[in-house]
Design a protein around this ligand. Structure first.
Ligand code: FRU
Length: 461
């Protein structure tokens, strides 16, 4: 099913990828083992799933503008999370209900078919604040059996269908099947600027009933973006990206936060949310999404931050942002641990000496106090209960972030050409950031830790 606008957009995207792709590929900061847009802009992962033998990663893709632009659903697929195939975008802003962007959403897989629930963004022309008026945020459903052809695309819910007292900001459906029914959570901003989640139920995947609203007793930000709700090892977790939470000490250091609440009780009726914990305390982690792969739950996040006051130098080469490595989630009481999926270990090459490290995977046992200097650009320092990440050179405006830890025991650092993912104590806390060292620099100086370091290979795309 396609229309004339979609046909033209598909041709235009193919053309900019062909014409601008070589310039992006020539950027010395192009990553080696993280998914990036071929050209233009990337933000949230969307529709993550395993369908038959394929893993699918759709993503917010602005092919025409490395600083944003109108969003499509870009698409990669893989059988092993290592060899990826770039496919044309699956969803284009080509319908009246998504004409200003096919915004974020998720996949429900049933009998080899992907049901992709997404947000259709519409911005009306006029003198609006685009919060309480002037914007349509619609829930729509696109169905595809192969990720290449859209079998159907339909509007399911519009702003008038949501509960009263909400602004126009209602988006990012996450859908799953449970107890013979379907459930959906949507992030929302109320007219009182309170962030909350709407819970919907359906028997047939198309007609949805609002059954509950989840929020905190005390105000916690004005909007909860990109919600996810799942049970892991007997405990429910509500993941979301709240906006408008003020910094408190070393918490909420970025403009927007990203974390989880343990949820007790039943999300459909009586529930309580436990203490919120951040999923990451680096500079660039937002809007993650999880999916089930057999018995494991994998998470991929966007390695970026909306409305941040720094810009990646990659914009000069016509592209911006990337995904994190896929991670497996584990439960430790009311906490979520995040650790690179086992597949990432297969990218490890030979063991190398610290002075040779450039793109690497490093594991170390730490003593009470210590310091790592990576490629002369990033310094990780720890003493007692605090770890800091300072970008000295190549921070592109980023400076320092802190992690409070009970006791630091171990670090794993996955360093790509222009990113660091720092896993503290087996994934209790993580710091994710882009950084831009001198392209020819190499070496890690290590004080206060015994480290093993491997070179890292590349994804095949
Ligand atoms: C989060 C977000 C989502 C929205 C999408 C638009 O980064 O703002 O709430 O659906 O990005 O690209």
């Amino acid at each position: 099913m396609s229309n004339a606008l979609q046909c033209d957009l598909a041709r235009l995207v193919a053309r900019v990828e062909r014409e601008d792709g070589p310039r992006a590929a020539a950027d010395p900061y192009r990553q080696r083992f993280h998914l990036m847009p071929p050209v233009g802009w990337m933000n949230d992962p969307n529709g993550l799933c395993r369908c038959g033998e394929w893993y699918h990663v759709f993503y917010q893709y602005g092919p025409f503008d490395p600083t944003g632009g109108v969003k499509h659903w870009g698409h990669y697929r893989s059988r092993d999370l290592l060899r990826w195939e770039k496919l044309p975008p699956l969803l284009y802003p080509d319908q009246p209900w998504n004409i200003h962007g096919v915004y974020s959403g998720s996949a429900l897989v049933e009998n080899g078919t992907m049901y992709l629930y997404y947000t259709g963004n519409v911005k009306f022309a006029g003198d609006y604040d685009y919060i309480t008026a002037g914007r349509g945020h619609n829930v729509a459903l696109a169905v595809t059996h192969d990720g290449v052809t859209v079998d159907s695309n339909e509007l399911l819910l519009e702003n008038k269908d949501y509960p009263e007292n909400l602004t126009c900001h209602v988006r990012d459906p996450k859908v799953w099947a449970q107890d013979g029914k379907y459930y959906m959570v949507l992030g929302a901003r109320t007219k009182e600027d309170r962030g909350e989640l709407l819970v919907y139920e359906s028997e047939d995947k198309r007609r949805w009933q609002h059954v509950n609203t989840l929020t905190t007793p005390d105000l916690f930000g004005y909007m909860w973006e990109c919600p996810d709700l799942f049970c892991l090892d007997g405990q429910w977790f509500l993941v979301c990206s709240p906006q408008g939470v003020r910094r408190q000490g070393n918490r909420y250091q970025n403009i927007y936060s990203c974390g989880f609440f343990p949820l007790y009780g039943d999300f459909r009726s009586d529930y309580t949310l436990g203490a919120y914990q951040e999923l990451d305390c680096g500079f660039d982690f937002y809007a993650p999404q999880t999916f089930l792969d057999g018995s494991r739950r994998l998470m991929i996040g966007w390695m970026g931050m909306p409305d941040a006051d720094y810009t990646n130098p990659t914009v000069a080469y016509g592209w911006q942002h990337c995904m994190t490595v896929p991670c497996e989630l584990r439960r430790n009481g009311a906490r979520l641990l995040r650790w690179p999926a086992a597949e990432i270990d297969a990218l490890r090459g030979t063991r190398i000496a610290p002075e040779q490290a450039q793109v690497f995977d490093l594991e170390c046992i730490t003593s009470e106090k210590g310091r790592l200097v990576i490629r002369g650009a990033a310094v990780i320092e720890w003493e007692k209960q605090r770890l800091s990440l300072t970008l000295m050179r190549g921070g592109a405006g980023r400076t320092v972030r802190y992690a409070d830890v009970d006791a630091l025991a171990a670090l794993r650092i996955i360093a790509d050409v222009s990113s660091l993912e720092i896993f503290i104590n087996g994934g209790e806390q993580i710091m994710t950031t882009r950084y831009y060292p001198d392209p020819s620099s190499c070496g890690v100086q290590i004080d206060g830790a015994a480290a093993e370091i491997w070179t890292m290979g590349a994804l095949q795309i």
